[in-house]
Write a protein that binds this ligand. Structure first.
Ligand SMILES: [Zn+2]
Length: 313
Protein backbone atom coordinates (compact mmCIF):
# COMPACT_ATOMS: atom_id res chain seq x y z
CA UNK A 1 0.00 0.00 0.00
CA UNK A 2 1.33 3.44 -0.86
CA UNK A 3 0.98 6.65 1.10
CA UNK A 4 -2.49 8.12 1.01
CA UNK A 5 -2.18 11.86 0.66
CA UNK A 6 -5.16 14.00 1.53
CA UNK A 7 -7.47 11.49 3.11
CA UNK A 8 -10.94 13.03 3.25
CA UNK A 9 -11.15 13.38 7.02
CA UNK A 10 -14.64 13.75 8.49
CA UNK A 11 -16.26 17.18 8.54
CA UNK A 12 -13.76 18.53 6.03
CA UNK A 13 -10.95 18.48 8.59
CA UNK A 14 -7.44 18.94 7.25
CA UNK A 15 -5.54 16.35 9.26
CA UNK A 16 -5.99 14.06 12.26
CA UNK A 17 -4.23 14.28 15.61
CA UNK A 18 -4.51 12.28 18.79
CA UNK A 19 -2.50 11.06 21.78
CA UNK A 20 -2.02 7.64 23.37
CA UNK A 21 -1.10 8.42 26.97
CA UNK A 22 0.94 5.65 28.61
CA UNK A 23 -0.15 5.65 32.26
CA UNK A 24 3.35 5.27 33.81
CA UNK A 25 3.88 7.54 36.87
CA UNK A 26 0.34 8.98 36.75
CA UNK A 27 -0.97 10.52 39.98
CA UNK A 28 -3.99 12.70 40.69
CA UNK A 29 -1.72 15.73 40.81
CA UNK A 30 0.42 15.48 37.68
CA UNK A 31 -2.02 14.44 34.94
CA UNK A 32 -5.64 15.65 35.47
CA UNK A 33 -4.76 19.31 34.74
CA UNK A 34 -3.30 18.21 31.39
CA UNK A 35 -6.62 16.59 30.50
CA UNK A 36 -8.57 19.69 31.56
CA UNK A 37 -6.39 21.64 29.17
CA UNK A 38 -6.90 19.14 26.30
CA UNK A 39 -10.67 19.11 26.90
CA UNK A 40 -10.82 22.93 26.88
CA UNK A 41 -9.07 22.91 23.52
CA UNK A 42 -11.66 20.49 22.13
CA UNK A 43 -9.25 17.56 21.91
CA UNK A 44 -10.35 14.04 22.81
CA UNK A 45 -7.52 11.55 23.21
CA UNK A 46 -6.74 8.15 24.74
CA UNK A 47 -5.72 7.46 28.32
CA UNK A 48 -4.38 4.02 29.18
CA UNK A 49 -4.98 2.37 32.56
CA UNK A 50 -3.93 -0.50 34.78
CA UNK A 51 -7.15 -2.04 36.09
CA UNK A 52 -5.43 -3.82 39.02
CA UNK A 53 -2.80 -3.18 41.64
CA UNK A 54 0.32 -5.32 41.45
CA UNK A 55 1.64 -7.26 44.42
CA UNK A 56 5.19 -5.96 44.77
CA UNK A 57 7.07 -2.70 44.39
CA UNK A 58 6.78 -1.44 40.83
CA UNK A 59 9.89 -0.58 38.83
CA UNK A 60 7.68 1.95 37.05
CA UNK A 61 4.44 2.56 38.91
CA UNK A 62 1.55 4.98 39.10
CA UNK A 63 -2.07 4.91 40.22
CA UNK A 64 -4.26 2.05 39.06
CA UNK A 65 -8.04 1.85 38.71
CA UNK A 66 -8.13 0.22 42.15
CA UNK A 67 -7.49 3.62 43.70
CA UNK A 68 -11.05 4.92 44.33
CA UNK A 69 -10.34 8.60 43.60
CA UNK A 70 -8.39 7.69 40.51
CA UNK A 71 -11.22 5.49 39.29
CA UNK A 72 -13.72 8.30 39.83
CA UNK A 73 -11.50 10.62 37.80
CA UNK A 74 -11.06 8.04 34.99
CA UNK A 75 -14.81 7.60 34.75
CA UNK A 76 -15.28 11.35 34.54
CA UNK A 77 -12.72 11.46 31.78
CA UNK A 78 -14.55 8.73 29.90
CA UNK A 79 -17.83 10.63 30.29
CA UNK A 80 -16.14 13.67 28.75
CA UNK A 81 -15.40 11.69 25.58
CA UNK A 82 -11.85 10.50 26.23
CA UNK A 83 -11.04 6.88 25.44
CA UNK A 84 -9.88 4.55 28.20
CA UNK A 85 -7.41 1.95 26.89
CA UNK A 86 -5.41 -0.87 28.45
CA UNK A 87 -1.76 -0.93 29.53
CA UNK A 88 -1.63 -4.56 30.81
CA UNK A 89 -3.45 -5.74 33.95
CA UNK A 90 -1.00 -3.91 36.18
CA UNK A 91 2.53 -2.47 36.32
CA UNK A 92 4.22 -5.82 36.91
CA UNK A 93 4.32 -9.12 35.04
CA UNK A 94 1.00 -10.99 35.27
CA UNK A 95 0.33 -14.64 34.75
CA UNK A 96 -2.54 -15.67 32.51
CA UNK A 97 -5.21 -15.80 35.24
CA UNK A 98 -4.30 -12.29 36.43
CA UNK A 99 -4.29 -10.86 32.92
CA UNK A 100 -7.76 -12.32 32.33
CA UNK A 101 -8.90 -10.91 35.67
CA UNK A 102 -7.54 -7.53 34.58
CA UNK A 103 -9.47 -7.70 31.30
CA UNK A 104 -12.69 -8.63 33.12
CA UNK A 105 -12.18 -5.84 35.61
CA UNK A 106 -11.60 -3.35 32.80
CA UNK A 107 -14.91 -4.33 31.19
CA UNK A 108 -16.72 -4.13 34.49
CA UNK A 109 -15.36 -0.66 35.26
CA UNK A 110 -15.58 0.96 31.83
CA UNK A 111 -18.50 -0.91 30.27
CA UNK A 112 -16.67 -2.36 27.25
CA UNK A 113 -13.62 -4.39 26.27
CA UNK A 114 -10.47 -2.34 25.81
CA UNK A 115 -10.38 -1.38 22.13
CA UNK A 116 -6.77 -0.21 22.18
CA UNK A 117 -3.81 -1.63 24.07
CA UNK A 118 -0.10 -0.91 24.46
CA UNK A 119 2.43 -3.25 26.07
CA UNK A 120 3.97 -1.89 29.28
CA UNK A 121 7.75 -2.10 29.08
CA UNK A 122 8.22 -4.08 32.30
CA UNK A 123 5.52 -6.71 31.79
CA UNK A 124 6.86 -10.00 30.50
CA UNK A 125 3.41 -11.01 29.24
CA UNK A 126 3.97 -8.39 26.51
CA UNK A 127 2.80 -9.64 23.12
CA UNK A 128 5.37 -9.94 20.34
CA UNK A 129 7.58 -7.57 22.28
CA UNK A 130 11.34 -7.32 22.77
CA UNK A 131 13.11 -9.13 19.96
CA UNK A 132 9.81 -10.74 18.83
CA UNK A 133 8.84 -7.34 17.52
CA UNK A 134 11.29 -7.92 14.67
CA UNK A 135 12.08 -10.56 12.08
CA UNK A 136 15.15 -12.11 10.50
CA UNK A 137 18.22 -9.86 10.26
CA UNK A 138 16.42 -7.02 11.95
CA UNK A 139 15.87 -9.21 15.00
CA UNK A 140 19.53 -10.10 15.00
CA UNK A 141 20.47 -6.42 14.76
CA UNK A 142 18.10 -5.55 17.60
CA UNK A 143 19.54 -8.27 19.82
CA UNK A 144 23.04 -6.97 19.20
CA UNK A 145 21.91 -3.43 19.93
CA UNK A 146 20.21 -4.44 23.19
CA UNK A 147 22.92 -6.96 24.17
CA UNK A 148 20.40 -9.77 23.94
CA UNK A 149 18.53 -8.72 27.08
CA UNK A 150 15.12 -8.86 25.36
CA UNK A 151 15.67 -12.16 23.57
CA UNK A 152 12.58 -14.30 24.16
CA UNK A 153 11.80 -12.25 27.28
CA UNK A 154 8.19 -11.45 26.41
CA UNK A 155 5.80 -14.38 26.22
CA UNK A 156 2.19 -13.23 26.00
CA UNK A 157 1.94 -14.76 22.52
CA UNK A 158 3.59 -18.07 23.46
CA UNK A 159 1.11 -20.84 23.93
CA UNK A 160 2.27 -23.02 26.80
CA UNK A 161 3.89 -20.16 28.70
CA UNK A 162 2.23 -19.32 32.05
CA UNK A 163 2.16 -15.74 30.71
CA UNK A 164 0.20 -16.61 27.56
CA UNK A 165 -2.93 -14.55 26.81
CA UNK A 166 -2.73 -14.14 23.02
CA UNK A 167 -6.09 -15.86 22.51
CA UNK A 168 -7.80 -13.36 24.83
CA UNK A 169 -6.06 -10.46 23.12
CA UNK A 170 -7.31 -11.60 19.72
CA UNK A 171 -10.81 -12.09 21.02
CA UNK A 172 -11.17 -8.95 23.10
CA UNK A 173 -8.81 -6.23 21.86
CA UNK A 174 -8.89 -4.60 18.42
CA UNK A 175 -5.79 -2.39 18.15
CA UNK A 176 -2.30 -2.90 19.58
CA UNK A 177 0.48 -0.35 19.40
CA UNK A 178 3.73 -1.33 17.77
CA UNK A 179 6.39 0.81 16.07
CA UNK A 180 7.02 4.40 17.11
CA UNK A 181 8.63 6.79 14.63
CA UNK A 182 10.22 10.23 14.66
CA UNK A 183 7.93 11.62 11.97
CA UNK A 184 4.97 13.65 13.25
CA UNK A 185 2.95 12.13 10.41
CA UNK A 186 2.41 8.61 11.75
CA UNK A 187 0.39 7.68 8.71
CA UNK A 188 3.22 8.66 6.35
CA UNK A 189 5.61 6.43 8.32
CA UNK A 190 3.11 3.57 8.41
CA UNK A 191 0.58 4.09 5.57
CA UNK A 192 -1.05 0.69 5.98
CA UNK A 193 -2.15 1.10 9.60
CA UNK A 194 -4.15 -0.44 11.07
CA UNK A 195 -2.73 -3.64 9.61
CA UNK A 196 -2.82 -7.33 10.40
CA UNK A 197 0.47 -9.20 10.52
CA UNK A 198 -0.04 -12.85 9.55
CA UNK A 199 3.17 -13.77 11.41
CA UNK A 200 1.72 -12.35 14.63
CA UNK A 201 -1.81 -13.71 14.56
CA UNK A 202 -2.86 -12.98 18.15
CA UNK A 203 -3.06 -9.27 17.37
CA UNK A 204 -6.03 -8.30 15.24
CA UNK A 205 -4.61 -4.95 14.12
CA UNK A 206 -1.41 -3.10 14.81
CA UNK A 207 -0.98 0.64 14.80
CA UNK A 208 2.09 2.85 14.84
CA UNK A 209 2.71 6.08 16.71
CA UNK A 210 4.95 9.14 16.72
CA UNK A 211 7.70 9.51 19.27
CA UNK A 212 7.58 11.93 22.19
CA UNK A 213 7.76 9.99 25.46
CA UNK A 214 8.16 13.08 27.68
CA UNK A 215 7.38 16.78 27.42
CA UNK A 216 10.72 17.72 25.81
CA UNK A 217 10.58 15.16 23.01
CA UNK A 218 6.82 15.66 22.61
CA UNK A 219 7.31 19.38 22.04
CA UNK A 220 10.09 18.68 19.56
CA UNK A 221 7.85 16.42 17.46
CA UNK A 222 5.01 18.97 17.68
CA UNK A 223 7.15 21.92 16.51
CA UNK A 224 5.42 24.57 14.38
CA UNK A 225 7.23 23.37 11.24
CA UNK A 226 6.16 19.78 11.87
CA UNK A 227 2.55 20.81 12.57
CA UNK A 228 2.48 22.64 9.25
CA UNK A 229 3.91 19.62 7.48
CA UNK A 230 1.29 17.34 9.03
CA UNK A 231 -1.50 19.66 7.99
CA UNK A 232 -0.18 20.21 4.44
CA UNK A 233 0.11 16.45 3.93
CA UNK A 234 -3.40 15.86 5.29
CA UNK A 235 -1.80 13.21 7.51
CA UNK A 236 -2.55 11.63 10.86
CA UNK A 237 -0.51 11.81 14.05
CA UNK A 238 -0.84 9.46 17.01
CA UNK A 239 1.55 10.71 19.66
CA UNK A 240 2.77 8.05 22.09
CA UNK A 241 3.65 9.78 25.33
CA UNK A 242 3.53 9.73 29.13
CA UNK A 243 1.49 12.76 30.20
CA UNK A 244 2.92 12.33 33.70
CA UNK A 245 6.41 13.11 32.37
CA UNK A 246 6.85 16.84 32.77
CA UNK A 247 3.71 18.23 31.16
CA UNK A 248 2.41 19.66 34.45
CA UNK A 249 4.99 20.53 37.09
CA UNK A 250 4.76 22.72 40.23
CA UNK A 251 1.16 23.67 39.56
CA UNK A 252 1.84 24.78 36.02
CA UNK A 253 1.49 23.43 32.50
CA UNK A 254 4.69 23.38 30.48
CA UNK A 255 4.58 26.70 28.60
CA UNK A 256 5.92 25.43 25.31
CA UNK A 257 3.49 22.50 25.38
CA UNK A 258 0.49 24.76 25.90
CA UNK A 259 1.63 27.13 23.13
CA UNK A 260 2.07 24.28 20.67
CA UNK A 261 -1.22 22.59 21.52
CA UNK A 262 -3.17 25.84 21.30
CA UNK A 263 -1.72 26.42 17.86
CA UNK A 264 -2.51 22.86 16.76
CA UNK A 265 -6.06 23.01 18.13
CA UNK A 266 -6.75 26.03 15.92
CA UNK A 267 -5.46 24.42 12.73
CA UNK A 268 -8.60 22.60 11.59
CA UNK A 269 -7.69 19.06 12.61
CA UNK A 270 -9.85 16.08 13.44
CA UNK A 271 -9.28 15.45 17.14
CA UNK A 272 -10.68 12.09 18.20
CA UNK A 273 -9.38 9.28 20.40
CA UNK A 274 -6.98 6.70 18.96
CA UNK A 275 -9.57 3.96 18.40
CA UNK A 276 -11.98 6.27 16.63
CA UNK A 277 -9.23 7.34 14.27
CA UNK A 278 -8.15 3.75 13.64
CA UNK A 279 -11.72 2.58 13.11
CA UNK A 280 -12.15 5.31 10.53
CA UNK A 281 -9.02 4.15 8.69
CA UNK A 282 -10.07 0.52 8.94
CA UNK A 283 -13.49 1.29 7.43
CA UNK A 284 -11.81 3.20 4.66
CA UNK A 285 -9.01 0.73 3.87
CA UNK A 286 -10.67 -2.55 4.77
CA UNK A 287 -8.79 -5.47 6.31
CA UNK A 288 -5.15 -5.20 5.35
CA UNK A 289 -2.49 -7.92 5.71
CA UNK A 290 1.00 -6.55 5.74
CA UNK A 291 3.56 -8.28 3.49
CA UNK A 292 6.92 -9.48 4.79
CA UNK A 293 8.71 -6.86 2.68
CA UNK A 294 6.56 -4.05 3.94
CA UNK A 295 7.04 -5.21 7.50
CA UNK A 296 10.80 -5.33 7.14
CA UNK A 297 10.72 -1.76 5.90
CA UNK A 298 8.84 -0.68 9.04
CA UNK A 299 11.25 -2.63 11.24
CA UNK A 300 14.29 -1.02 9.63
CA UNK A 301 12.84 2.45 9.91
CA UNK A 302 12.01 1.85 13.56
CA UNK A 303 15.53 0.56 14.27
CA UNK A 304 17.03 3.58 12.54
CA UNK A 305 14.82 5.97 14.51
CA UNK A 306 15.61 4.11 17.71
CA UNK A 307 19.34 4.50 17.11
CA UNK A 308 18.75 8.19 16.50
CA UNK A 309 16.59 8.99 19.50
CA UNK A 310 17.09 6.08 21.88
CA UNK A 311 14.16 5.61 24.26
CA UNK A 312 12.16 2.55 25.13
CA UNK A 313 9.18 2.76 22.84
ZN1 LIG B 1 4.22 1.88 30.37
Amino acid sequence: MTAQPHIPWPDGKRFAFTIFDDTDHQTLENVPPVYDFLADLGLRTTKSVWPLNGSGQPAIGGLTAEHPDNLAWLKQLQARGFEIALHNATWETSRRADTLRGLDRFRELFGHEPVAFANHAGCREGLYWGDRRLSGWNRLGYNLLTLGRNRGRFQGHEQGSPLFWGDACRERITFVRNFVFRDINTLAACPSMPYHDPDRPYVRYWFAASEGPDVGSFNKTLSEANQDRLSAAGGACIMYTHLASGFYVDGKLNTRFSELLERLAGAGGWFVPVSELLEFLLRRNGHYEISATERKRLERRWLRDKLWIGGSS
